[in-house]
Design a protein around this ligand. Structure first.
Ligand code: PEP
Ligand code: MG
Length: 888
């Protein structure tokens, strides 16, 4: 039978799957000899069993009995003993941290009898009754599902009756009365009395933690963070230590480095005479942790020592929750800390410089998603002077966000659905605000420190957040906040928040490129003194050294090509030539479609050819010496014609007076109209059906290359045929292209070698790749169409139509158009890669669908052994970094 319960002395940090992050790290700290209150962890395996069978696994109860008895022996107290009660906390702890998502119940073991024992032992009646009311409140809310506001309202009433606004003015008698009131609320709302048996309290709390795995906000958080649905949570039962035993007690949260910048030092918040939940919930305002030196020098010094021990042990920035009970320091939690993207890069380089990690590990420590965040724009500093600054809060999560102020999650979600940008403004957030935080561009709170719920969750999401803007008086009910000077901002008014400085502005502030983008653009250099740019530079250099995959760009004009090159592209993987037919040139394509007879068609093609040639020349110049893959025209031609319905109406309304040109056009639109254009006359089929079209494009490519060569350039064209399903299609177009290439070589006297290859974007192409490779010098996986045709999902419709339901049902965790579906589409890619290379060893393989810039998909491409990924210019740095990480 599996072991379901581990004492803190039995586990270690590598057992996160089984003990959850919190349990594994409590065990690790215990074994490091750090002061951790004794306790034990019930495994995720027990949770999974419970969730699957709706009953606890056999043997669990016996194991819990044994561990509880051992804990009681060690502490010299019995759970809930009336004379001197052992009290425990019951806390969730999943493999991945889910801040504020799961349930916690403190002070378990207090009853009408043991509250007296606690008062006696602590020598403090008020503390004992306050602890008891907290238990009923937390237990009522999280275990028995009672609306938490009912308890809060009762506390407010008690304070009002006393004529105070401060909890500190409530005395033992007030808390005792609140205990009675809370018990009555529980009985009324839950239909059962608050349990008076300490063990029943503990068992019910354990089950509530298990159940909280499937609470709606936990499900939403997991979806957002892509955490698997079936992991379950562990439960930690830990002997209580109290931070609310007077002014020589307190509780705090700390980081071994600044989680926003990576700077080494003492960062955190401390709250005297309080329990941990008060800090995390941001309910009361905290003092900076450095103040602890003044308050309790002994504990402060010991704490600094422990921080160093933890960093040197975990070789990473740690975050820590601790409590001081009457001058004795206790560690309640640690983990490798969440950090901003900028801090991740800086910390990786700092640890590298300290010799704690090597360069490979430094690259492993950052992600493409973090790099992408650093490329977001920020406020234009030169324009900040004109902006009206409302206040300044804490810079909790960086970035620049502009939107209309909204005051509830519901309003944020509604506005986002209407395509509006909003800033969610709250006094403080709690886990129920998660949907609003997801929907909003940024989050602004008036209370709570850098470790408050809003700050932690926003950082995790990469969402801009300013918290603890204390000067703001937020009135959620009225939908407004009041700022210093009497300024009132109503719901719907636009504000701008700066998560990097903490500033809040009225109105819209213009935004500018981030320094990291300026660095990639070459406008800012490593060594110019920007520490973040320096760190990004070092990490990128090592990632490039290690990467096996090259990164190319999807670009179809000289400007994008040049930008892509500055961003580190090693060529172009996809130039979509149809993009060159837009704007004014659309009319020329129209002429081609309407052409009657050979002569008119040739004239139309002749008009297009020089324009194409000019574009190609510019691109070859921007990518001189690097491969440029040019895809011949792909989309159905009707895309270049007016809309069928609109034109029909126009012609019908004009009646006999309709323009003859419009009539011809309408006829053509009707002729070309298709029920399923994505599966119709497009790609290679166009080349085979419309005489001269592909030949014109190939001629333009060859001529442009010859001109570049004559001008001393080094053009490297690769001609790519789209939507091939059978080798015969490719052979016919390849032969035609070769003839044109030879003809241009003859006429210009310049021989420019060009590879001819194909896209693999139909299942049949993947499955017959061995044959297709006979005729192709390279493959490029068009995974947009390959996903569309493999799943049978219309790429233009399904995401809006029903993907949210599919995500909810867990049919997939992320859209297959965003992250490559390894099992299905990925299998086809593997088959094609293997069979293609079996026919033609050394066959060049790339990918040019949207997946080329997606981190997970880049790792897949590395595993399959592709030569390159190609993505939009802005995603190139992300793909480069992930290509390096995949190779390490
Ligand atoms: C593809 O299908 O993946 C592709 C890159 O081509 P397009 O998106 O232009 O159809
Ligand atoms: Mg395609």
């Amino acid at each position: 039978m599996p072991k379901f319960v581990y004492d803190f002395t039995e586990g270690n940090k590598d057992l996160k799957d089984l003990l959850g992050g919190k349990g594994a790290n409590l065990a690790e700290m215990t074994n490091l000899g750090l002061p951790v209150p004794p306790g034990f962890t019930i495994t995720t395996e027990a949770c999974r069993h419970y969730l699957e069978h709706a009953t606890l696994p056999d043997g669990l109860e016996g194991e819990v009995n044994g561990h509880l008895a051992a804990l009681e022996k060690r502490m010299g107290k019995r759970l809930g003993d009336p004379a001197d009660p052992l009290l425990v906390s019951v806390r969730s702890g999943a493999k991945f941290s889910m801040p504020g998502m799961m349930e916690t119940v403190l002070n378990v073991g207090l009853t009408d009898e043991s509250v007296h024992g606690l008062a006696e032992q602590a020598g403090d009646e008020r503390f004992a009754w306050d602890s008891y009311r907290r238990l009923i409140q937390m237990f009522g809310k999280t275990v028995l599902d009672v609306d938490g506001d009912l308890f809060e309202d009762a506390i407010e009433e008690a304070k009002e009756a006393k004529g105070t606004k401060d909890d500190a003015d409530l005395d033992a008698g007030d808390f005792r009365a609140l205990v009675d009131r809370f018990k009555a609320i529980v009985a009324e709302q839950a239909g059962r009395a608050f349990p008076t048996d300490p063990r029943e309290q503990m068992d019910l709390a354990v089950k509530a933690v298990f159940d909280s795995w499937n609470a709606p906000r936990a499900i939403l958080y997991r979806r957002q963070e892509r955490i698997p649905v079936d992991l379950g949570t562990a439960v930690n039962v830990c002997s209580m230590v109290f931070g609310n035993m007077g002014l020589d007690s307190g509780t705090g949260v700390a980081f071994t480095r600044d989680p926003a910048t990576g700077q080494q030092g003492v960062y955190g918040d401390y709250l005297q005479n309080a329990q941990g939940e008060d800090v995390v919930a941001g309910i009361r305002n905290t003092v900076p942790l450095t103040e602890l030196e003044r308050i309790d020098k002994g504990s402060y010094d010991r704490f600094l020592e422990i921080m160093e021990t933890l960093e040197n042990h975990y070789l990473d920035m740690c975050d820590i929750e601790f409590t001081i009970e009457r001058g004795k320091l206790w560690m309640l939690q640690t983990r490798v800390g969440k950090r901003t993207a900028a801090a991740a890069f800086r910390i990786a380089c700092q640890l590298l410089d300290q010799g704690l990690i090597d360069a490979d590990e430094a690259v492993r420590r950052v992600t493409g998603a973090q790099l992408a965040q650093l490329m977001f724009p920020r406020f234009d500093e030169s324009r900040l002077g004109d902006a009206r600054r409302v206040t300044k809060g804490m810079n909790a999560s960086p970035g620049a966000a502009v939107g209309k102020a909204v005051f509830s999650s519901e309003a944020a979600v509604r506005a986002a659905e209407n395509g509006e940008d909003v800033i969610l403004v709250r006094r403080e957030t709690n886990p129920d605000d998660l949907s609003g935080m997801v929907a909003a561009k940024g989050v602004l709170t008036s209370r709570g420190g850098k470790t408050s719920h809003a700050a932690v969750v926003a950082r995790g999401m990469g969402k801009t957040c300013v918290c603890g803007a204390e000067e703001l008086d937020v009135d959620v009910k009225a939908g407004r906040f009041t700022a210093p000077g009497g300024l009132v901002v109503e719901e719907g008014e636009v504000i701008s928040i700066d998560g990097t400085s903490g500033a809040v502005y009225l109105g819209e502030v213009p935004v500018e490129d981030s320094p990291v983008v300026q660095y990639f653009e070459g406008r800012l250099r490593a060594g110019d003194g920007d520490e973040l740019v320096e760190a990004v530079h070092r990490v990128m250099r090592h990632a490039d050294d290690r990467a096996a995959l090259k990164v190319r760009a999807n670009a179809d004009n000289p400007e994008d090509s040049a930008r892509a090159r500055r961003f580190g592209a090693r060529g172009i993987g996809l130039c979509r030539t149809e993009h060159m037919f837009l704007g004014d040139r659309r009319q020329l394509v129209e002429k081609l479609i309407l052409a009657e007879g050979e002569e008119e068609r040739t004239a139309a093609l002749d008009a297009l050819e020089p324009l194409q040639r000019g574009d190609f020349e510019g691109i070859f110049e921007a990518m001189d010496g690097l491969p440029v893959t040019i895809r011949l025209i792909d989309p159905p031609l009707h895309e270049f014609l007016p809309d069928l319905t609109e034109l029909s109406v126009k012609v019908a309304l004009a009646g006999d007076g309709a323009d003859p040109q419009d009539r011809r056009l309408l006829e053509a639109v009707r002729r070309l109209h298709e029920q399923n254009p994505m599966l119709g006359l497009r790609g290679v089929r166009l080349g085979l059906v419309i005489p001269g079209l592909f030949a014109m494009q190939v001629r333009a490519i060859a001529d442009a290359a010859a001109r570049r060569r004559r001008d001393g350039g080094d053009p490297r064209p690769e001609i790519m045929i789209p939507l091939v399903g059978a080798v015969q299609e490719l052979e016919a177009t390849r032969d035609e292209a070769r003839e044109v290439l030879a003809e241009v070589a003859r006429s210009t006297g310049v021989d420019v070698p060009a590879l001819i290859g194909t896209m693999i974007e139909l299942p049949r192409a993947a499955l017959t790749a061995g044959q297709i490779a006979e005729a192709a010098e390279f493959f490029s996986f068009g995974t947009n169409d390959l996903t569309q045709t493999t799943w049978g999902f219309s790429r233009d419709d399904v995401e809006a139509a029903f993907f949210s339901r599919y995500l909810e049902l867990g049919i997939f965790g992320v859209s297959p158009f965003e992250t490559l579906d390894r099992e299905g589409v990925g299998r086809l890619v593997r088959i094609a890669a293997e069979e293609g290379r079996a026919t033609r060893p050394g066959l060049k393989l790339g990918i040019c669908g949207e997946h080329g810039g997606d981190p997970d998909s880049v790792h897949f491409c590395h595993e399959v052994g592709l030569d390159y990924v190609s993505c939009s210019p802005f995603r190139i740095p992300v793909a480069r970094l992930e290509a390096g990480r995949a190779a390490i």
